[in-house]
Design a protein. Structure first.
Length: 310
């Protein structure tokens, strides 16, 4: 305790003593010191003597007030075990794969696990897949437990079970009327693209040909959905332009090759005609210039005039 802090209360006490009586008694002095509470105990503190100090500067520490301007992430479980969900319901939101998608569940690009079918949520582990991973699945019956046994029958909605699909029966090449059951049309060019191949089948109980509906759907080329990133979209565009360029180059090379084959065929036919003409002229010269061994050229027999018969 400072001397300056102790000086004022002692002076005030002494002044009170002197003002009360000129010759203070011992009892009066004891009462004054009792009011000051001096000597009452080592642990006691006197607010009058020591004074009361208040903090003039805020204590230096962490800022404990929560920032309310941030957007809450709202992570964690949205559906508990045995809760009923429908297709598309979010079951768990997380950062990273704390939980993995199991039976009838999918995972988004932000690691959100959602339901792929209507049913009841199950949290479980599957040591057969991974010894430490934990999975979230959806079952159709609330009493079922995951994981299913390895050789158990596959459970599907509407009480459907997996059945073997019989292989399609082989059709004969010709129908009962003697015309082919299907006609295959190839694409153009020396090396046609397999996607340009078209299979037209004979309509039952008719003489008309028709293409199947699912094959007609494959003829429509839809553009793929562009991703959110501009860089990825440019990558797809460059890949598409490169594929178109390669296709055009193949068509151009095919056209040049067919033109070259036609020119070679014309040249070969012309050379064949010239060769045949030369061989014919050579034979005619040999026939005209042939001389016998005696040195006398052969004489052409003159035809005798026809005689008149009486």
């Amino acid at each position: 305790m400072r001397v300056s802090q102790l000086r004022r209360p002692i002076v005030a006490a002494a002044a009170g003593v002197t003002r009360s009586t000129i010759s203070p008694t011992l009892r009066h002095v004891q009462d004054v010191f009792a009011q000051l509470r001096i000597g009452s105990g080592a642990g006691a503190t006197n607010a009058v003597v020591e004074g009361r100090r208040h903090a003039s500067v805020k204590s230096q520490g962490a800022y404990r007030l929560r920032d309310s301007s941030t957007i809450p992430k709202k992570l964690g479980a949205k559906k508990s075990g045995d809760s009923y969900v429908i297709t598309g319901n979010i079951i768990y939101k997380q950062r990273g794969t704390i939980w993995h998608p199991g039976e009838n569940c999918g995972i988004g690009r932000d690691h959100t696990i959602f339901a792929l079918a209507s049913g009841y949520v199950k949290y479980y582990r599957d040591p057969a897949k991974h010894p430490k991973r934990q999975y979230i699945g959806v079952v159709f019956n609330k009493d079922d437990k995951l994981p299913y046994p390895a050789n158990a029958m596959r459970k599907r909605k509407l009480n459907m079970v997996a059945v073997p699909v019989p292989p399609p029966q082989a059709q004969p090449a010709l129908s009962a009327s003697g015309i082919p059951n299907q006609v295959v049309r190839q694409g153009l060019g020396r090396k046609p693209n397999p996607r340009d191949e078209r299979i037209i089948k004979l309509v039952p109980d008719s003489y008309a040909y028709r293409e199947e509906n699912w094959r007609l759907g494959t003829l429509i080329r839809t553009e793929k959905r562009k991703m959110g990133s501009r860089r990825v979209a440019m990558k797809h565009r460059r890949r598409k332009a490169k594929a178109i360029g390669l296709e055009m180059r193949t068509m151009r090379e095919d056209k040049i090759a067919r033109r070259k084959e036609a020119l070679d065929a014309q040249r070969a036919a012309k050379m064949k005609k010239m060769r045949e003409y030369r061989e014919r002229m050579k034979k005619e010269k040999e026939a005209a210039g042939a001389v016998p061994a005696g040195g006398v050229p052969p004489t052409t027999p003159t035809p005798s005039p026809p005689s008149a018969e009486a």
